[in-house]
Design a protein around this ligand. Structure first.
Ligand code: NAP
Length: 294
């Protein structure tokens, strides 16, 4: 990974890493195509949610560049729960489909939990169904959540030691904070999970050799919350009026003076989330080929 020196902190350039990662994926996809397999990632997305559509467009663009194709299923106000579950059943049974992404959020009153419970773990390339999360808890093979998985790729690529380190994860969501904590635990860190009821958060953060911010509050983590030399991973992206780009959960300009390593926003965790999702989809197609059931 490129390690640009910016004052005290090394920049963990997730965008550069994602480019290398995606180039490697293209090679794996070309090999699959030689066996007549075109990896396919289908997406279920709310048709009237501009943010979801923008995320899906970006994922689709990178997928196509890597040779991964797919269909979109648009959820409209007329879509019923039964119809949605019918799509999931068809996708589970369709051997041409290797991965399914359910782009959060689906519009109310649709029940997203029920959709995720219905999706087969072998197609859950976003790693967010209860079945996939159960596999993570049980240390069993399975697809891991794309955002925390992308963060582990960033740490490994920069050869950052994790075993024996104190890690603090701020946030306990099912798609980010909790699986992140479990993945760091698997890497033998000593992990603390912080949340909105945590007392003395700044003090706790100062104990962290590795600090992961997954909160959704612009620039909440200040420079003086950071242990000198710590690794700071900012998973947040927040819209802020008057700012052209999304803003992270970490006050970057302050934090980079104290941290040893830091991810920027944009260009840090976000690109590696998408790359990891696509990586899982290619792995799903490879596993199917290995089993001879493509
Ligand atoms: P979420 O479901 O809203 O969870 C936020 C977590 O932060 C909750 O556990 C909450 O605690 C905790 N929290 C809120 N305020 C806090 C405070 N003042 N002090 C300590 N903890 C606090 O959000 P999410 O889906 O995990 O996303 C978190 C951030 O990551 C958002 O900015 C989101 O946009 C971003 N994100 C990025 C990617 C990516 O690809 N880079 C992917 C997904 C999400 P409680 O549980 O106690 O409420």
């Amino acid at each position: 990974m490129r390690q640009n020196r910016i004052l005290s902190a090394n920049l963990l350039d997730g965008l550069a890493l994602s480019k290398r990662f995606r180039a490697e994926l293209k090679v794996r996809v070309d090999r699959l195509r030689e066996h007549g397999i075109v990896p396919r990632l289908d997406v279920i997305v709310a048709a009237q949610d501009p943010a979801s559509l923008a995320y899906v467009r970006m994922k689709r663009k990178w997928a196509e560049a890597a040779g991964i194709l797919g269909e979109s299923y648009s959820v409209t106000p007329e879509t019923t729960q039964a119809e949605l579950l019918g799509w999931v059943k068809d996708l589970n049974e369709n051997p041409a489909v290797h991965g399914v992404l359910v782009q959060h959020p689906l519009p109310k009153p649709l029940n997203e939990d029920e959709v995720l419970l219905a999706l087969g773990a072998e197609k859950d390339v976003d790693g967010i169904t209860p079945a996939s999360l159960g596999r993570l808890v049980a240390d069993l093979p399975g697809f891991r959540c794309a955002t925390p998985l992308g963060i582990t790729h960033i740490l490994k690529d920069a050869e950052i030691p994790v075993a024996g380190k104190n890690a603090v994860v701020i946030g306990r969501s099912v798609i980010l904070g909790k699986p992140m904590a479990l993945m760091l635990l698997q890497m033998n860190a000593t992990v603390t999970i912080a949340h909105s009821k945590t007392q003395n958060l700044a003090e706790l953060c100062r104990t962290a050799d590795i600090l992961v911010a997954a909160v959704g509050r612009a620039e909440m983590v200040k420079g003086d919350w950071i242990k000198p030399g710590a690794v700071v991973i900012d998973a947040g992206y927040n819209k802020v009026d008057g700012r052209k780009f999304d803003v992270g959960d970490v006050a970057f300009d302050e934090a980079k003076e104290v941290a040893g390593w830091i991810t920027p926003v944009p260009g840090g965790v976000g690109p590696m989330t998408v790359a990891s999702l696509l990586g899982n989809c290619v792995t799903a197609a490879e596993l199917r080929l290995a089993r001879g059931t493509q």
